[in-house]
Write a protein of this length. Structure first.
Lengths: 344, 344
């Protein structure tokens, strides 16, 4: 009965399933790539300061306090930047602005599975180009001729980066748009942002959920050519980012070194985690993110995921043919990683 | 050049233009229907309490703390409720879930012009049924056979309610969905929520931006049959409402009388404002919202809007053939209304 109100493409969808978010806090939570360190005290102070009588007023629709700081930080202009309610919203805005029925969206897989959901909502055509087992960028992306091509750089769940020169070559070879989803880039060596000076068909996305320890505040940034940003603005809800989230993002950019120090700490722990997992016969790539993908090729790791959960450690298991033999493990504190290794 | 990346329907759009949000605070701001009274101190306290180390963690994707309180308050079940990043996001989710190219969306006009933008993004067909000058529900809504029919109740910018029995008759006569946008309903006598017990094709939307004094926090609620809510969930971003907004909404529902007392105060001021405007030869309907529509039939009020702005009072002027002879004035505090009347 209900389905008669719903578009067939949506009725047929399963919907994106996020990682478990138990509300009771009993777990060592290494399943959704949250930062194990708290946000900057200056961020917390800024959110508390924003929590006053002014909450009765709408926020700045453009979140210019954030755009201006991001422009300075990333050496771009205000008009290159759009602030989103998390980078998930920005992905959604891009596909709503660019993709209609049968329009093609291309990405190497496995990757962030939300892309599938968002293309399905638009009735777009998904072309998945499989990654090889070493997760180097596969060929075939140009030939697939996407109206939009998405690269998750570094990729989830592999943790592997895409060399920037390969992104540039791809963008120059394509007539469509290239979206570089840099949710994890602060944990890696190189960003695609400099490409924006040379190319008008590249959009770069960032989030404050990982490196800035602000998953709870929902803040993302899109960077691109001003005419592109102006088109995305038409699709954006007027007041998409709250007053407290604007305050948090602005303060986080003002205390940038808080983020980079936490990132350095996480990268050190990541090195230790990779070494220890390899010593336990897992196959692990050299992640450039705040998680690692631990594999036992050909062996389902679902039982291990369940056992770890019973022991109070939550990691991410993807029940797909491509990933059934892997666990994605967020890099926690050293103590959390010790607990994980003990549980293993 | 840019337009080649963008869908033609989006490239052709002007985009919704929200009311002015000057960031310098020099104005008596009666243009975007914000509540002149601050949110509950318990809300502010809850937001500050939520602003801690936990901001590093994702929020509850379902915002169940809010759903459970809303279920209790409105005598419904958790599964009847979806929490949005403002009711604007909920409108967008509904149209994304239900409207594809050429699908028809019907609403009486003039009304909230964001509906136009959201239908255009979906490449839907808009059927506007004109309101008569007394803003009673026009005939022709059933005959227009919308896949979705939207009623803003009470309507903006007229301030006029739709009798609930008329909404029921309409919903029973239509095969499609009826969305009742109750952004302003707390300032009126009757809600369409009881219809949810009888009809499976009605969705009711609420916002915390007006009566709850929380425009800055972006919180909206959708109420409907559980199978409908489940479909909307598929289209929603997983983490669409931040931790601080969840905390604010939950605390606002816990301190419900704070809202109703402010609403009573605003309704008293509204009565005085209507009387004073009529004494100044404006034609004013009996608003059931926190704003009034003041008309001088046939006379453009753009000059008056500009003069008021020069004198530090911001009201809303719509440069359309239907509304050029009207100003929409939010009901402020008594002192703000005195200042407006003095400026007039």
């Amino acid at each position: 009965m209900t389905s008669k109100f719903i578009r067939p493409n949506v009725a047929a969808m399963a919907g994106y399933v996020p990682g478990e978010q138990p509300q009771d806090r009993r777990y060592i939570k290494l399943n959704t790539n949250e930062n194990p360190y708290p946000p900057s005290p200056r961020v917390i102070e800024a959110v508390r300061a924003a929590a006053g009588d002014d909450l009765r007023l709408y926020p700045d629709p453009m979140a210019n306090a954030v755009r201006d700081r991001a422009a300075q930080r990333y050496d771009l202009a205000r008009d290159n930047i759009l602030v989103g309610n998390g980078s998930d919203e920005l992905l959604s805005l891009i596909l709503r602005a660019c993709i209609g029925p049968q329009d093609r969206v291309v990405y190497p897989c496995p990757t962030y599975s939300l892309y599938d959901t968002l293309v399905d909502i638009q009735e777009g055509e998904i072309v998945r180009v499989p990654y090889p087992s070493d997760f180097q960028l596969p060929s075939g992306l140009v030939e697939a001729r996407g109206r939009v091509t998405i690269l998750c750089h570094p990729n989830s769940p592999s943790g592997m980066p895409v060399p920037i020169e390969k992104i540039e070559t791809l963008a120059r070879s394509l007539e469509g748009l290239v979206v570089v989803d840099e949710a994890y880039v602060d944990f890696s060596a190189q960003s695609a942002l400099p490409l924006l000076r040379k190319l008008d068909n590249v959009l770069v996305l960032r989030t404050f959920s990982k490196s800035f320890s602000l998953a709870g505040m929902r803040i993302g940034l899109a960077f691109g050519a001003p005419p592109l940003i102006a088109e995305l603005l038409k699709v954006k809800d007027s007041y998409n980012v709250s007053r407290t989230s604007i305050a948090a993002a602005a303060a986080a950019l003002d205390d940038y070194s808080w983020m980079t120090e936490n990132v350095a700490r996480i990268c050190r722990t990541r090195g230790r985690l990779i070494k220890e997992l390899r010593a336990r016969a897992f196959s692990v790539l050299d992640s450039q993110t705040n998680f690692v993908l631990a594999r036992r090729p050909g062996v389902s790791l679902e039982p291990l995921y369940r056992q770890l959960k019973e022991r109070g450690v939550l990691v991410r298991y993807f029940a797909t043919p491509e990933l059934f033999d892997a666990l994605r493990i967020s890099v926690g504190t050293d103590a959390e990683i010790d607990a994980l290794l003990a549980a293993l």
